[in-house]
Design a protein around this ligand. Sequence first.
Ligand SMILES: *Cc1c(COP(=O)(O)O)cnc(C)c1O
Length: 390
Amino acid sequence: MIKEMTDKYICNTYNRKNAVFVDGKGAKLITEEGKVYTDFGSGIGINALGNNNDAWQDAVIKQIRTLGHTSNLYYTKLAAILAKKLCDLTGFKKAFFANSGAEANECAIKAARKYSFDKYGQGRYEIISLNNSFHGRTLATLSLTGQEKFHTDFMPFLDGFKYVDINNIEMLQQNIDKKTCAIYLELIQGEGGINVLDFDYVKQIRKICDDNDILMIIDEVQTGNGRTGKLYAYQHYEIMPDIITTAKGLGNGLPISCTLFNDKVKDVLTPGTHGCTFGGNPIICAGAIACLEQMTPNFLANVEKKGKYLKNKLLKLDGVLNVTGMGLMLGVEVKCDYKRLVDTCFNNQLLVLTAKGKVRLLPPLNITFEEIDCGLEKFKESLQTELNNM
Ligand SMILES: *Cc1c(COP(=O)(O)O)cnc(C)c1O
């Protein structure tokens, strides 16, 4: 019924699996028929604190009972509190709120171009990003995305983007010239296959950026908000970026994204140069504040612990070739066909994702060890089925 209605009335842009989830708690999701699934996907990294998180629900409901929206023509208390909290936790100086990861990246692209234009005039607008990156679905963020398969169907894309291979500092250096205004990176490529950038590579990029007044921009849409065991993944690398963008886990299910600026770029965007009508919506900010309040140092240490536990258990399974990633953002390379394995996991009531040739796991950050074991058991069984079918 819902499947037929969806297929008839919603644009056919997704390959959906046949389940209608109506309820859930933590790392469990329940279908219309009452089937219980273990959730190792968090709605693609959105539900960082699991399904139906209590504190998040309370905060959102409380705000819904007062005001839903006022707009940025006036001041919004919860947006100010959230921005201060994000700045205090990171050392960035100013925030811009929007609704999606793509919009946060659009904001950063615009800010990078404007920073350079204000200071150097025309012609210094090129941004270098990485092959296998993913930055969103709008035309500018697709232009920034370094994957050929996204650069069809919608020509022409934006001018001013170049792509280099990850962890190759020479190739990056060869591509920098007087037109370069920013280098744009995911520290762990999400959609591109859970590829982790080398520590030294990232530190060298910071130095190149400092030496040439090039902005270092980190896309933390997926790696942010506790996912890797730090609040933001750059905190593993002993560097401070000029700009980061984040979204997915920040709202625990409600649409919010944020672009954070350091001291050098905090005032680049001025009245009238950028905006977002929904941005800083009080209901969504209330939810995001309730999320961040739960992501204490102890909580983050536990994400790291659970990630190591899960990774080690996976590496011991027959048919697992390698596991990449950090914290609870893991990519599993398997001997069998990874897409078929994802389907078999689904049939065994375990939700997992794909990432360019790998099975991607993004469980809720507050998943329990028992829930991890339960998911691992289903994963092992599914993998065994697929190995037997080879
Ligand atoms: C998901 C994702 C995006 C796009 O986010 P939307 O909210 O879908 O626009 C951008 N960058 C990265 C790294 C992502 O994982």
